[in-house]
Design a binder for this molecule. Structure first.
Ligand SMILES: C[S@@+](CC[C@H](N)C(=O)[O-])C[C@H]1O[C@@H](n2cnc3c(N)ncnc32)[C@H](O)[C@@H]1O
Length: 217
């Protein structure tokens, strides 16, 4: 799922010349790898630092993350918010909620982050906010649905980011050779390309991140 598409030594070099994780984030990264299933789902140092950089350039007041996992990307995104910023993050897995909260506290972000537990498609309509920045990083089959659900909650000038859009490079394979998730990612990329209301760039960082800027309603 979350593979590095770059040669490993290039990825390591890029990490070397990227601001290091805070102590708490390094600890969270380690604990996730030691104790939690599928640690490959964690964004990782390079992508985390990129998410922080994007967030700090936008300085969003409201952020929505779909797919919390152990809270690693939530922390990076939240650190870039405006001083009065607030991040809502959704995950279907309640087992990781306490671990996330522990690290939100270590970073002093417990009052800036609200965790929602349940299916994203059921929770999104009930969060009555406008979001300057949305990060989609949950079940791949539903990216298109999440995009449609959040679109009207993002003002013109706001951003919608989506992770894993290259799906380990599978998106370039013939359709019949792609996994279901890679097909879903390709469908998502096509949807963005066809949407005249947005500008977009597909960054081949880690597993591929689609950056979308809303330019019209
Ligand atoms: C790739 S992980 C998120 C990684 C995290 N954003 C990070 O970078 O550290 C995907 C998460 O989506 C959650 N998820 C899967 N299906 C979901 C759904 N229907 N609604 C909400 N969360 C879901 C999973 O439980 C998992 O924790």
């Amino acid at each position: 799922m979350t593979q590095v598409l770059l040669p490993i030594e290039i990825d390591k070099y890029a990490e070397t010349y990227t601001t290091a994780e805070s102590e708490a984030l390094a600890q969270l990264n380690r604990e996730t790898h030691l104790k939690v299933e599928l640690p490959v789902m964690l964004s990782g140092k390079l992508q985390g630092a990129l998410l922080y950089m994007i967030s700090s350039m936008i300085q969003p007041r409201r952020v929505l993350e779909i797919g919390t996992y152990t809270g690693y990307s939530a922390i990076y995104l939240a650190k870039g918010m405006a001083a009065d910023g607030h991040l809502h993050t959704i995950d279907i897995n309640e087992e990781l909620q306490d671990m996330c909260f522990r690290y939100f506290c270590k970073e002093g972000l417990e009052n800036n982050i609200t965790q929602h537990i349940g299916k994203a498609a059921e929770i999104i309509p009930n969060i009555n906010e406008q979001f300057d920045l949305v990060f989609i990083d949950a079940d791949k089959q539903n990216y298109h649905l999440y995009y449609d659900m959040v679109f009207d909650k993002v003002p013109v000038g706001g951003f919608i980011l989506a992770d894993n859009v290259l799906y380990n490079g599978e998106v370039v394979l013939p359709h019949t050779e792609q996994s279901k998730n890679a097909q879903a990612m390709h469908t998502y990329n096509e949807k963005i390309k066809a949407d005249k209301r947005v500008e977009h760039v597909l960054l081949p960082v880690r597993d591929g991140i689609m950056l979308v800027k809303k330019i019209a309603n």
